[in-house]
Design a protein around this ligand. Structure first.
Ligand code: NAD
Ligand code: UGA
Length: 462
């Protein structure tokens, strides 16, 4: 690779679920740029250099292979790459703070600030710094202050370019995004930097989908987008509880309201609850920001989205317990799916974690199955090694179980031979469909007692 021939050198700090796929897409679409991704986690970088990528995402390996070795490089050499870069995307993790002021709500910005300090230390020329991580509104101000107190006379222009990809569909989302958002300062230096970032995306994203705004609107839009998406799930999940009391069917209700073009049909699938590394953390962050501005009512409004989600997870387990004659102690329950959604191995904040722990509290014996997430599941539940079994094959997982609970909407679970699964289970056999993906009438006819979300259960009990 002859580095001199590249028009620009782009660096991304943080080789995770966002940094890896977004930079692979930029590299694949823009052979004229050299794209380097660095991380402090050497094992992760090594995995990115192999065919056994550190994350499972459909289409990702093919995309990485298009550019790796041509203009896409994975490295642990952070300082040297900072020195060389013209543009630096920062995509490090911004989890919820677990200590001190704001613990449990506010974003922990320590990784973020460490990267700012690494940039200041290593840089020898002006650079554009892009916030790719999701951050509290006005973080760019703090970032600019740290960066521009460099004592070297260097100027760093800080922009916000939040990422809206969803896991499992990351490649399609990056290939054809609904929009790319770029927030910059409204002055000459901000506008010039913004134009350079627009130019990158314009290599494959239609111009009308690249939207620009001031930097604060951009930072806040990311938090608000996630809050609105999660709010829709909590809204429909709250209605699922009412459906269960009234013989209404939540899928019929969702369909009927979703046909209203003002409401729309997306994100109205009632479920055991939303998971993932971001919804809860970003809403709690929004809540914290509102509280810190004294906007108590606004904070309470958004906090309820998270509370309904926790309520839905609890309701799911209570339903299992009450339906199974108020005791599940010693009973085997197979969880089909542990990832927080289909087509990913990611288990961060997966409802399956909370459901497993609540089932264990009731002394149930839990058997966990998932096509991609068993490694992460074992790590999530490492404190209860003797109480949980892991079994990749769903048929074996269900054998001798008293109940099955569908936790993740993996396509393969819709294609299983439930008659043969039923034959191997303890009777009466229960099935709790936490994703409403199965044919409930058919399962009932096989012999299962079926408990969907937001629908009347189909049971053989009089
Ligand atoms: P991640 O934990 O998968 O990746 C972050 C990476 O940053 C890790 O590999 C970590 O080792 C590295 N890192 C931390 N500090 C570093 C440092 N000082 N120098 C170099 N590397 C460092 O996180 P993620 O899921 O990719 O999320 C990153 C950000 O993107 C978060 O703010 C998140 O909210 C946001 N986001 C995530 C998604 C998603 O689908 N996961 C989507 C949109 C936005
Ligand atoms: C979400 C957003 O969709 C992305 O736009 C955003 O970039 C990302 O968060 C982020 O900031 O991290 P992601 O969490 O990967 O993406 O996946 P989603 O498809 O949004 O699903 C989140 C959770 O909601 C999953 O547990 C999913 O099963 C659940 N869900 C989703 C429902 O329960 N019902 C639905 O109708 C939709």
């Amino acid at each position: 690779m002859n580095e001199q021939t590249f028009q620009k050198k782009i660096l991304c700090i943080g080789a995770g679920y966002v940094g890896g796929p977004t930079m692979a897409m930029i590299a694949a679409k823009c052979p004229q740029y050299l794209v380097t991704i660095v991380d402090i986690n050497a094992e992760r970088i090594q995995a990115w250099q192999s065919d056994d990528l550190p994350i499972f995402e459909p289409g990702l390996l093919e995309l990485v292979k298009q550019a790796r070795g041509r203009n896409l490089v994975f490295s642990t050499e952070i300082e040297e790459n900072i020195r060389q870069a013209d543009i630096i995307f920062v995509s490090v993790n911004t989890p919820t703070k677990t200590f001190g002021e704001g613990a449990g709500k506010c974003a922990d910005l320590q990784y973020w600030e460490k990267t700012a300090r690494s940039i200041v230390k290593a840089a020898e020329s002006d650079k554009i710094i892009i916030e790719k991580s999701t951050l509290p509104v006005r973080t760019a101000g703090a970032m600019a202050r740290i960066l521009n107190s460099n004592g070297k006379g260097l100027h760093f222009e800080v922009l916000s370019n939040p990422e809206f990809l969803a896991e499992g569909t990351a490649i399609a989302d990056l290939q054809s995004p609904d929009r790319v958002l770029i927030g910059s300062r409204e002055n000459e230096s901000g506008r010039q930097a913004r134009d350079q970032i627009v130019e990158i995306y314009a290599n494959w994203v239609p111009k009308e989908r690249i939207i620009t705004s001031n930097v604060w609107s951009s930072e806040l839009s990311k938090l608000v987008a996630n809050a609105f998406l999660a709010q829709r799930i909590s809204s429909i999940n709250s209605i699922s509880a009412l459906c269960e009391k009234t013989e209404a069917d939540v899928q019929e209700v969702a369909y009927a309201i979703g046909r209203d073009s003002r409401i729309g049909s997306c994100f109205l699938n009632a479920s055991v609850g939303f998971g993932g590394s971001c919804f809860k953390k970003d809403i709690l962050n929004l809540v914290y920001i509102c509280e810190s501005y004294g906007l108590t009512e606004v904070a309470e409004y958004w906090e309820n989205v998270v509370k309904i989600n926790e309520y839905q997870e609890q309701r799911f387990v209570q339903n299992i317990l009450h339906s199974m004659f108020n005791t599940i102690a010693g009973k085997r329950i197979a969880l089909l799916g542990f990832a927080f959604k289909a087509d990913t191995g990611d288990t961060r904040e997966s409802p399956a974690i909370y459901v497993t722990r609540m089932l264990l509290d009731e002394h149930a014996h839990v058997v966990i199955s998932d096509p991609q997430a068993l490694k992460n599941a074992k790590s999530d539940l490492r404190d209860c090694p003797d109480l949980v079994e892991y079994e990749a094959d769903p048929y074996r997982a269900a054998r001798h179980c008293h109940a099955i609970a569908i936790m993740t909407e993996w396509k393969e679970y819709t294609r299983l031979d439930y008659a043969s699964i039923y034959a191997q289970m303890e009777k009466p056999a229960f099935l709790f469909d936490g994703r409403n993906i199965l044919d409930h009438r058919e399962l009932f006819e096989i012999g299962f007692n079926v408990y969907p979300i937001g629908k009347t259960p189909l049971t053989h009990f009089t």
